[in-house]
Design a protein. Structure first.
Length: 140
């Protein structure tokens, strides 16, 4: 089974607006890993620079805009179909995880995004709720 068929058969988490809710992982090491590596190498005072992650986020934003705008133009060209919402980055992660929370209108863009050289993987963004036990009421 080719990867495009795999993506088409995958059931994606969809938000209330009908957009795919995804987590994109980058190949870059998270900041905490970079800091621990520096400590192990004896560079105790080395402060890890956030700027490389900021450049990655900027590059990803540009690449996603290019990918999704190309596909929106293709899909809206037939019969003047309504244009889909552009992709949007809802959160950027760099401290303990290197990646972004991304919302997409179409699964057709996933393969192109996954093929970017700095993208490690793409995951569904599952909502997880914890059912914590209620604290017993104190009797006076």
């Amino acid at each position: 089974m080719c990867s495009q068929e795999k993506i088409e058969k995958t059931v994606f988490n969809v938000d209330s607006e009908g957009r795919l809710d995804l987590i994109v992982e980058f190949v870059d090491e998270p900041l905490i890993v970079q800091e621990q590596t520096a400590k192990l190498q004896g560079k105790l005072s080395m402060k890890v620079d956030q700027s490389s992650h900021n450049r990655r986020f900027d590059q990803f934003q540009k690449d996603v805009e290019e990918i999704t705008s190309h596909n929106r133009i293709k899909s809206s060209g037939k019969g003047g179909a309504q244009q889909a919402e552009p992709a949007s980055i809802h959160r950027k992660y760099s401290r303990a995880f290197s990646g972004v929370h991304l919302k997409l209108s179409s699964s057709h863009d996933i393969e192109a995004i996954k093929s970017l050289p700095y993208v490690k993987n793409i995951y569904n963004n599952y909502k997880i709720k914890a059912n914590l036990p209620k604290k017993p009421k104190k009797h006076m």
